[in-house]
Structures are given as structure tokens and as C-alpha cells.
Design a protein around this ligand. Structure first.
Ligand code: GLY
Length: 406
């Protein structure tokens, strides 16, 4: 056991060097206001999360904050967002070294560990990779390795070799229809981790096949996405394409587009396959060149809702896109990198402004305001969201790393 742990601690820095390393061709001229206040933002976030930790009931994870009732809404460990709380604490611990954050992260990781056997969950990548995957990078432990591997094995049970995809949502017609949602591209990072940890190429193949199935079926010709695709379980053929969290079947749900951008950027990192880099660039251009993207670059919750500009923004779509763009810019030549770097920078500048960053002591301890969970059913409307905070901090970290190297 101890031996394994030591091997891990030695290998960890190398395991982090994945298929593509950021080529550092970006020569950014950084925003002065952002660079001079970046550490202050980590301090603000730390104070907020310490507030939240005091409010969190035993056995629960933060989901959102209901301002009108001054109520921190929570979830159990099986909800798709449960991993973001320990993940965010670990991100803050990495920056601050604050041991209270680490203690709370470890306490909540223990709550999530059993999810590794939850074969009914289509969200194990979300839950486990953003928590235990983060922990393996920050404070590697053989027990975390076991949870990650157990989760990858469980998730692999949802893979169908005929359809060449991992099943998203179950229905009563599982034998006839196979649903894949764009959100679940994010699960693939867990499978790539398992491939690197075990050298078992079946994990790599499952992830790569799923990515190709999504590439073939989820995109319109302008690189906008449908959230939901129904495939034939027996043949894998496309049956139906639609949206649930977006405005309508032919609109583009902003967070779905952000998941796609993050997903194909990550896929290029993991595989070095040029088709994924091309896809990520096309998705980035769809977002950044869209006439309905506001100047401050935080998208409305759907790119095509007719209520624009009198409707909700989605801070989570902005944060996910910013994190993705600040990775993507590292894989491109200088001219292209500049466009994506500047857009990522503008997004985090907007999120870091009082327009989106909550006043200390408010917002249930979340960092960001104005997320959009599920607008068509009026659930989580204009609220803080744990994944908005997580990807905002990831974007800040990536920004800080780029600036430090240039
Ligand atoms: N289902 C994941 C999301 O709401 O983005």
C-alpha cells in the first residue's frame, strides 16, 4: 500500500503531462486590473466558501442559494453537481494552502466515495472526476485512485459497443432508444484518466468512440449543438434531436455549447487528434462570433431565445467557456491564440466584476451570481451554481499560469 502511494507521488507530475502540453505560443498582454487583483479574488472566494461550510448540513452538498428565503439549497452525493464543492475547495487550497479548506474537502470526498458503485448515474464523470480527480492532482492518495478507477469501471457499464457511446439518461425504452446528451462529453475525462492509470486501452476506445458519435450526431452545420440525441439501440442510427434545457429544439442552449467547447478541447489534449482541435475551434467561433453574445462575453442562457436582451445570462456558460478558451489558446499559433485568450480574459474580467461576483457574506457563500440552471421549467433561475464557481476558478488558475509563463 505504502509502496503504491510512493510510486504515485513520484509519478504524479508526469501523469499530469497528457497527450498535448500547452505550447505557450500565446504572448498575451494581460489585463492590469485582473492580474493585480487575482490573489484578492482567491481570498474573497476562500472567505465565501468558509461561510458556506458553516451553513452546510451534515451529509449534504451545496446546490444553489435561494435569496428570497435566505436558504442554502443542498443535494445528496448522487446529484450531478455534488463533486464541485470538494473540487472548488481543493482549487482554493492549491492557491492558498489553507488547511481548513483541505479538511472540509476531505470530509466531503468521503461522502462521495460510495458513488463509485452507482451504475444508475449517468453523471459519474461530473461527480467523481471534478472531486477525486482534482484530489489526485493536489493530494494524491491510493484511496482516491481506487475511487476513480472504481467509478470508471462502473461508468463503462453504460457503454454500448453497437451504438459506440455511453448511455446518458435511462428510459423505459432502453432496448429501443439510446439517449446521449451533450453534457456527458464531460464524463470522458474520467475514462482517459483510467486509461493513463491502467494502460487499459478499452477506456481510451470507449471515450474516443463516444466523442466521435457525438461529433457525428449532435452538431448542426454551423457547429451549434442539440442537447439531446436519440439513437437506435440496435443500430446506433440517429432517430431524433432535441433540446430540454434550451429554448427550443432548434435553438442553442449556451451551457450545452460550452460543454461542447470544453469537451473537444479536452479531447484534443487527451488524444492529439486534429479533428477534435478543429471542432473546438469551430465551436469557439460559433460562440464568440455570435451576434447575440453580449460585449462582456457572458452568454444569455440560450443563444436564440427571442427575449434577448431582456432575459437571463448564464454565468456558468461563461465560466466553462472561459476555462476552455484559456486551454484552447495554448494549442494554436499566435494569431488564433490571441482571439481566444482575449475572449477568455474578458469573460473572467466580467465574472470578477461586481456585476457577477457576490458581495462578501452574501449569496450563500457562492462566489458568482447569475447562473441559469433549467430555465424552461423555471428551476434555478438567476442563481449561484457550484459548477459556475468551479470553472471560474479553473479559468483564473489557467489565466494566472499563462501570465506567469509569458
Ligand atoms: N445536466 C448538466 C447541465 O445542466 O449542464
Amino acid at each position: 500500500m505504502l509502496k503504491l502511494k510512493i510510486v504515485y507521488l513520484i509519478l504524479c507530475p508526469f501523469l499530469l503531462l497528457t497527450a498535448c502540453s500547452i505550447n505557450q505560443q500565446v504572448t498575451p498582454r494581460a489585463s492590469k486590473s485582473l492580474t493585480t487583483t487575482i490573489d484578492q479574488r482567491y481570498r474573497h472566494a476562500t472567505t465565501q466558501y468558509k461561510l458556506m461550510m458553516d451553513e452546510l448540513p451534515e451529509g449534504k452538498l451545496p446546490k444553489t442559494f435561494v435569496k428570497a428565503q435566505n436558504y442554502l439549497e443542498t443535494s445528496g452525493p448522487d446529484w450531478w453537481t455534488s463533486g464541485y464543492y470538494p473540487g472548488t475547495l481543493l482549487r482554493l487550497y492549491e492557491q492558498t494552502g489553507d488547511s481548513l479548506l483541505l479538511k472540509e474537502a476531505k470530509r466531503t470526498l468521503a461522502l462521495l466515495a460510495k458513488q463509485q458503485n452507482n451504475a444508475k448515474s449517468p453523471d459519474l464523470g461530473f461527480i467523481i472526476y471534478n472531486s477525486f480527480g482534482r484530489a489526485m492532482q493536489t493530494i494524491p492518495e491510493i484511496d482516491y485512485h481506487k475511487v476513480l478507477l472504481g467509478s470508471a469501471k462502473t461508468m463503462a457499464k453504460r457503454y454500448d459497443p453497437k451504438v459506440k457511446a455511453i448511455r446518458s439518461w435511462d428510459t423505459r425504452q432502453n432496448d429501443k432508444e439510446f439517449i446521449v446528451v451533450i453534457d456527458h462529453l464531460m464524463n470522458l475525462e474520467l475514462l482517459f484518466w483510467a486509461f493513463r492509470a491502467t494502460n487499459d486501452s478499452s477506456y481510451y476506445k470507449m471515450a474516443n468512440n463516444h466523442a466521435e458519435t457525438v461529433l457525428k450526431n449532435h452538431f448542426r452545420s454551423d457547429y451549434s449543438t442539440y442537447q439531446i440525441v436519440h439513437l437506435d439501440t440496435k443500430t446506433g442510427k440517429l432517430k431524433q434531436r432535441r433540446n430540454a434545457q434550451g429554448y427550443g429544439d432548434e435553438s442553442t442552449w449556451s451551457r450545452g455549447e460550452a460543454w461542447a467547447l470544453y469537451g473537444y478541447t479536452m479531447l484534443y489534449r487527451e488524444t492529439a487528434d486534429a479533428q477534435y482541435l478543429e471542432q473546438a475551434k469551430h465551436i469557439a467561433d460559433f460562440i464568440l462570433d455570435h451576434p447575440n453574445l453580449p460585449k462582456d462575453m457572458i452568454p444569455y442562457w440560450d443563444f436564440n431565445t427571442p427575449e434577448i436582451p431582456n432575459t437571463y445570462r448564464d454565468a456558468s456558460a461563461g465560466a466553462i467557456s472561459a476555462a476552455a478558451l484559456l486551454e484552447l489558446c495554448g494549442y494554436l499559433d499566435e494569431a488564433m491564440a490571441k482571439k481566444y485568450f482575449k475572449a477568455g480574459e474578458t469573460m473572467i474580467e466580467t465574472l470578477a466584476s461586481p456585476e457577477y461576483t457576490a458581495l462578501l457574506g452574501t449569496n450563500g457563500g457562492f462566489i458568482l451570481m447569475h447562473g441559469a440552471g433549467y430555465i424552461p421549467i423555471m428551476a434555478e433561475v438567476d442563481v449561484p451554481l457550484p459548477y459556475a464557481d468551479y470553472y471560474y476558478l479553473e479559468a483564473l488558475n489557467r489565466y494566472k499560469a499563462i501570465i506567469a509563463k509569458n
